[in-house]
Ligand binder design. Sequence first.
Ligand code: BGC
Length: 424
Amino acid sequence: MNAITRLAAVISLASLFPLAATAADSKGTIEVTHWWTSAGESAAMDVLRNQVKADGYTWKDNAVAGGGGAAAMTVLKSRAVSGNPPGAAQIKGPDIQEWSQLGLLSEDALDGVAKDEGWAKLLSPTVVKIVQYDGHYVAVPFNIHRVNWLWINPEAFKKAGIDKAPTTLDELFAAADKLKAAGIIPIAHGDQPWQNSTVFEDIVLAVMGPEGYHKAFVELDNATLTGPKMAESFAALKKLAGYMDPNRGGQDWNQATAQVIQGKAGMQAMGDWAKSEWSTAKKVPGKDFQCVPFPGTAGSYTYNVDSLAMFKVKDEGTVAAQKDVAKIALGTHFQTVFNQNKGSIPVRNDIDMSQFDSCAQASKKDFDAASAKGGAQPSMAHNMATNLAVQGAVFDVVTNFINDKNADPAAAAKQLGNAIKSAQ
Ligand code: BGC
């Protein structure tokens, strides 16, 4: 049974006609399900919340903590099952198509705004494909995050006698050895399935390049998934995991970021939402921290587009609020301020990047260059490449592997191929 059938089986018809709350003193109420709860994420979300309120609508916040969004998706499914979905929810990538196929997303709330605001000219075709279903906009895109980054504390590097940022996996391991010898945790990390898979996809990109990555995580090609390069990737993951704090537990990504900010750890492999934590701590890129492509992946770019999907609702006030959110989200001011807070780059292609810091400027330059030559790839770990069932299969295999000291890399590659086959 595929993911759509599975979801369809549990969602009752009643969910097509959800109730929507209206506050008497506002133009309409919109409830928004999302997982932007860290300090930096919340500062970014405030830009939207405040503007919606200023426009006369009531914002009902349904924030579900948990990086990567797995917990938020569970809440969203149960809301849909009980016929009570929110007006909007953070849904990304191919998952948007699945919710649309169930008939739950609104196909007419956004088209008018998109036409009036000229979205077709402002957005890249890659992004339009993600947020449209059957030729209609069903979600509003916010940003482009780069996933394949490495965040470095230069002070920790100095203490460990490392004079340059690593550019290959071997240099990464050599830097990690020096940090360890200096008593600093080399890699900050939390044992959550999505964090494990974020690091794993970085390594696959480094080992196989963008073509191999594409074959593995977009085409789901069995020979690539089970082949020697995948075994090599698992072996590199095992080596890297050896440089993570053994007492890390399932800490959140932002707690791991805090360890690097405080100099307790030297590096973190994480998407550029991590930059929002550095920014809220008033740290400056190039001085207090360094952002470099994950070693071995310069020239490639794993992208992650955040978007809010709009649910089919009857209440006219909520529909008006959905349109308001869409209009705000792609406005020039919002695209600038939100993304400065969030760590991402604008999804609109006409924003002046001189207002952004050096990491964002590098991200934009690298995205454009990688896109021009097939190096821009959708992030598997962040719901861009596959549906959630396939992604879940990868998460399980990778997390079991990382937690089993005796796990064999070649056997893990075979397991990965089998798990993906049965999830399809
Ligand atoms: C989302 C980001 C978010 C990150 C951590 C990613 O999947 O796209 O917006 O900041 O998870 O929660």
